[in-house]
Design a protein around this ligand. Structure first.
Ligand SMILES: Cc1cc2nc3c(=O)[nH]c(=O)nc-3n(C[C@H](O)[C@H](O)[C@H](O)COP(=O)(O)OP(=O)(O)OC[C@H]3O[C@@H](n4cnc5c(N)ncnc54)[C@H](O)[C@@H]3O)c2cc1C
Length: 428
């Protein structure tokens, strides 16, 4: 197995690393490698999937389906969740929880304990029945209930390379998604409707530029599978080059957001969408991250407990006043059902907003992080590129216990990434 020099980035492209990458195709080749961190498709935004000056094992070629029995899929860690959907949805099955991109791999979904649009089902890790790891060439199998399992799920790859996992899938009664879209005129209406919705899948797009009485306006999508043919799939588009700075300038974003809001009639509408279009809407545009130009972008994502949602409104007010947000802003409910010591979700609301990278955006995100901490919330490490050790320490109460487990699995720190070093997550 050869190591090749490369310079690479996370999805946000604001941070990069130069190091060596190996892309094993066989488990035997992987097990023969010296310990190094692993990555999937690098859909985390910041530096979780970077190892500057070091080595990184790219798992994308280890992507085989190993077995499927009684609703349990055994798959190699490099298999993309979108590929699982493509293969299994026509047969009436899907992963119980999927994030907003089908490019996330099984390994990446476990290592970040990702959440989906169905908060009542908890996180991806809640549906994992077994994980196989390699720890410096040694094979380990772990199951729910063990400390190693709790430290591996949401564990940022620090307990070994995940080579495969058994995932309990959900039976899917339908061929497409029936989506009810409704305009939410302001913040109060939005959070009330999010709280009372009983649809199995719920997600909100929020206009992070709207101010005054329109603060917090957006579109709520409530969805369920339906036994109807989906509309014909449109081809994927791509962003071939880095977009110029004005592409996401303040006036362009404002006009875009107003039009996006009004695309849904004031009485709402019901539409049928393909699974791909509903679960992974952004994947239709390949390399959409290039829209942010060469400097890249940051995503701020926090969760705030239910009793503190006014703090989230204050954050939105600050964001809208700054004029720095891009059109990509999402509001969702989360539950406290998660499976790892370092899992992000808690019972409450999560807000995710993208900002083109700039000094002003960094300063704004620093303020938003402080507000999140004051509100008893936390920020999501899959999206982070800017936070500081003390902030994360205060947000993740199980960090020290997790560090102890990671140290047992990786005593020399060979699996550290740029993120774990920046946030000093492995310090005892
Ligand atoms: C458009 C978009 C929408 C998204 N929506 C959501 C969402 O709705 N909910 C959500 O929770 N997240 C969401 N995300 C984040 C994304 O799901 C996570 O960052 C996920 O971890 C990416 O998977 P990946 O395979 O690309 O992992 P990478 O980004 O490559 O790696 C992520 C982490 O996992 C570790 N890792 C990866 N593979 C392995 C392995 N085999 N063994 C050990 N460690 C490993 C890496 O070291 C790193 O710490 C979204 C991202 C994008 C780009």
């Amino acid at each position: 197995m050869s190591w090749r020099p490369d310079t690479y980035t996370g999805w946000g492209r604001a941070l990069s690393a130069t190091g060596e990458i190996a892309r094993p195709e066989r488990l035997s080749a992987l097990e023969a490698l010296e310990a190094a961190p692993a990555c999937g498709r690098r859909r985390s935004y910041g530096d979780a999937c970077l190892n500057g000056e070091g080595r990184m094992v790219d798992m994308s070629r280890l992507d085989r389906v190993l077995s499927f029995e009684d609703g349990v899929l055994h798959a190699e860690a490099g298999l993309r969740l979108g590929e699982i959907m493509r293969l299994f949805a026509p047969r009436g099955w899907m992963p119980t929880v999927v994030p907003g991109t089908g490019y996330a791999t099984v390994g990446g979904a476990i290592a970040m304990d990702v959440h989906g649009k169905n908060h009542t089902e908890g996180t991806f890790g809640c549906h994992v029945e077994e994980i196989t790891l390699t720890q410096n060439g040694k094979r380990m199998v772990t199951t729910p209930g063990s400390d190693l399992f709790g430290a591996t799920v949401g564990g940022l790859g620090q307990t070994g390379i995940i080579t495969s996992a058994k995932i309990r899938m959900t039976s899917l009664e339908g061929r497409s998604m029936y989506v009810h879209e409704r305009r939410m005129e302001n913040w109060d209406e939005f959070i009330a409707e999010l709280a009372s919705s009983e649809a199995p899948y719920v997600v909100g797009w929020i206009d992070a530029t709207a101010r005054g009485s329109a603060l917090g306006r957006g579109v709520l999508e409530e969805a369920r599978p339906v036994d109807k043919n989906p509309p014909p799939v449109k081809g994927t588009k791509s962003v071939p080059v880095d977009a110029p700075g004005f592409a996401l300038s303040k006036p362009v974003v404002r006009v875009f957001n107003a039009a996006y809001f009004r695309r849904v009639p004031s009485i709402g509408r019901k539409v049928t969408r393909s699974f791909g279009d509903f679960f992974f809407p952004l994947d239709r545009v390949q390399d959409w991250n290039k829209l942010y130009g060469k400097k890249g972008f940051h995503q701020f994502q926090c969760v705030v407990p239910d009793n503190n949602t006014p703090a989230l409104r204050d954050m939105l007010e600050l964001i809208a006043g700054s004029g720095l947000a891009s059109p990509l802003a999402v509001l969702k409910r989360l539950s406290d059902r998660s499976a790892g010591m370092m899992s992000f979700p808690m019972e409450g609301l999560t807000l995710a907003v993208d900002f083109p990278a700039s000094k002003a955006a960094e300063a704004l995100i620093a303020r938003l992080e402080d507000m999140t901490l004051d509100a008893g919330g936390r920020i999501y490490l899959a999206k982070d590129a800017l936070s500081a050790a003390a902030t994360i320490d205060a947000m993740y109460p199980n960090r020290a216990a997790w560090t102890a487990e990671a140290a047992k699995a990786d005593p020399d720190g060979a699996l550290e990434t740029d993120l774990t070093r920046r946030l000093e997550l492995r310090r005892t």
